[in-house]
Design a protein. Structure first.
Length: 151
């Protein structure tokens, strides 16, 4: 996993250039995943006993729900960033990395694992809400584990 590190902060490349930009797993197949979800829910509803005896179907239903949820959050983040003028280019992604790393370093002494932090990012066309959660790594770095953005 490729990470950008500055001071105490560490951000995985994929968190910004993939997840926050609507490119996470499941986005390109969202229509198909929704169809599969409908089929699995229908199958579960029509034959609960048979469905409950098929662990692979139960596991797939949960995975499809998770993929759809992540894809929707990823697309929402992308939309919010574009609406505030932080584009999916080198400058826009650098602004997002710099923002998160600056937030970590400014608040390093107050960041606790498992706590959700809310802040705002400003772009040329407005501002968006960001929620973030972090992990403390073995080397003491504060790693961005979760990020969601909306306007």
């Amino acid at each position: 996993m490729i990470c950008f590190t500055f001071g105490k902060g560490q951000v995985a490349l994929g968190k910004v250039v993939l997840y926050c930009r609507g490119k996470t797993r499941g986005v390109s197949t969202l229509v198909q995943l929704n169809k599969e979800l409908t089929e699995l829910v229908k199958l579960r509803k029509n034959s609960q006993k048979a469905f409950s005896q098929q662990p692979s179907k139960i596991k797939r239903l949960e995975e499809v729900k998770r993929l759809i949820n992540n894809a929707k959050k990823s697309l929402r983040s992308e939309k919010a960033l574009i609406e505030i003028g932080i584009l999916d280019d080198l400058t826009g992604n650098r602004k997002l990395f710099d923002f998160v790393l600056a937030y970590i370093n400014k608040n390093a002494g107050r960041i606790n694992p498992g706590t959700i932090y809310t802040t705002y990012i400003k772009g040329p066309k407005g501002r968006a809400t960001i929620i973030m959660a972090f992990r403390i790594m073995e080397d003491g770095k504060i790693y961005l584990s979760t990020i969601h953005i909306w306007k």
